[in-house]
Design a protein around this ligand. Structure first.
Ligand SMILES: *Cc1c(COP(=O)(O)O)cnc(C)c1O
Length: 396
């Protein structure tokens, strides 16, 4: 046999990098049941608390009654239905862009946008901490691919000097594992000076950032000229599923012609677009969600600093606690779990080697009392990490 899978799996275990899927036996939310255990969770991306909102559920049900369940065909054949179209118009309105194009998920939106815009003879430059889907998209495009130092306009600038052909600069808006945000004004300036296009994937910025939840471009007031290609995903703050690209009329028409992950897939269920239209309305208009979330973020950061935890430079709902070693990160996650709390340990290759962390995420659905419980548990568990015995028994 040439495929020695058992050796690969054993090596993965030995490095504390083995992945397991916790089984969620309840709807998404702060209070969940996982593998038979009731837990208070701080690890989903449902930042606005909309994934299990009764109005969103009702909109999905009504959408299924009205439009049926399956999309039935690709958008270019006969799968582009009225709710998809209305959602695109609402997303264009939210982002202040002429048009938006709905994709089945963020991974496909990123593959579609990058591969439609650049190819052989062109250049794609990416932040080294970009989401895996962006890095995969860059590699798949066939363009010259290079990564610049994290959020560093000088590093980008020096790579732009050597760029050939059409050049696309790609960055996360909010970095998904660190929670810091891209320095878009500086990156846009450098890109524009070299006639490169800036593409921003703001999967984690829509919802929490901007006065109306329109994300990092609203936060910084970045125009279409600054950020010609804007990506958002709908599975995080919108609480549903799917993704979109927002930009000019010409950009969207180009994607409809050339983005293979758009063309060669069935449209998402139309009722799902009805659900997203409802969650978009809640995300935009219920400002208390952003205000409450910001209060929780401050509460968590203040409390964590008082305990002496090492946080990252983040004012977003992503508040990682840096541990370093993968085994120790797993051990802390396990200790919290024994106290009824769920915070996932994030390990390489999702994050750089030696930077394993507990990725705490906060949601508008959390209460102050729940954040206090998390802080109390961390205060108890974190010091034990220093003295705890071998992590071997805890590896997954
Ligand atoms: C989650 C995420 C994606 C993928 O979106 P899906 O809709 O879940 O496929 C893309 N980019 C970033 C930055 C993400 O965090």
């Amino acid at each position: 046999m040439s495929f020695d899978l058992s050796a690969r799996l054993a090596a993965r275990r030995a490095e504390h990098l083995y992945r397991q899927r916790p089984l969620l036996q309840s709807p998404q939310g702060p209070e969940v049941v996982v593998d038979g255990q009731p837990l208070l969770a701080f690890c989903n991306n449902d930042y606005m608390g909309l994934a299990n909102h009764p109005d969103v559920i009702a909109a999905w049900k009504a959408g299924a009654e009205r439009w049926g369940v399956g999309g039935g065909a690709s958008h270019l054949v006969i799968g582009h239905s009225t709710p998809h179209h209305e959602l695109e118009e609402a997303l264009a309105d939210l982002t202040g862009r002429p048009r938006a194009l709905l994709f089945s998920n963020g991974y496909m939106a990123n593959l579609g946008a990058v591969t439609a815009l650049v190819g052989q003879g062109d250049t794609v430059l990416e932040d080294r901490l970009n989401h895996a889907s962006l890095l995969d998209a860059g590699l798949l495009s066939g363009a010259r691919f290079s990564r610049y130092l994290h959020n560093d306009p000088d590093s980008l600038s020096s790579r732009l000097e050597k760029a050939v052909g059409d050049t696309l600069v790609v960055t996360d808006g909010v970095f998904s594992m660190d929670g810091d945000i891209a320095d878009l004004p500086a990156l846009a300036k450098v890109a524009k000076a070299k006639k490169a296009w800036l593409m921003v994937d703001d999967a984690h910025g829509f919802g929490p950032l901007g006065a109306n939840g329109a994300g990092i471009v609203e936060h910084f007031g970045m125009s279409l000229e600054d950020v010609p290609v804007l990506i958002g995903t709908l599975g995080k703050s919108f609480g549903t599923a799917g993704a979109f690209v927002a930009g000019s009329e010409e950009l969207i028409e180009t994607l409809i012609q050339f983005a293979r992950p758009y063309i060669y897939t069935t449209s998402q269920p139309p009722g799902l677009a009805c659900a997203t239209l409802k969650s978009l309305e809640l995300l935009r208009t219920e400002h208390w969600r952003r205000e409450h979330l910001n209060a929780l973020i401050k509460q968590f950061r203040d409390g964590a600093q008082a305990i002496g935890l090492e946080l990252m430079d983040s004012f977003t709902p992503i508040q990682p606690i840096v541990i370093g070693d993968s085994g120790r990160a797993l051990r802390l996650s396990q200790m919290l779990r024994e106290r009824g709390l769920m915070v996932t340990a994030i390990r390489p290759p999702t994050v750089p080697a030696g930077s394993a962390r507990l990725r705490v995420t906060l949601s508008a659905a959390h209460s102050e009392a729940q954040v206090r419980l998390l802080l109390e548990a961390l205060e108890q568990c974190y010091p034990l990490l220093e003295t705890s015995e071998s992590v071997e028994t805890y590896h997954a």
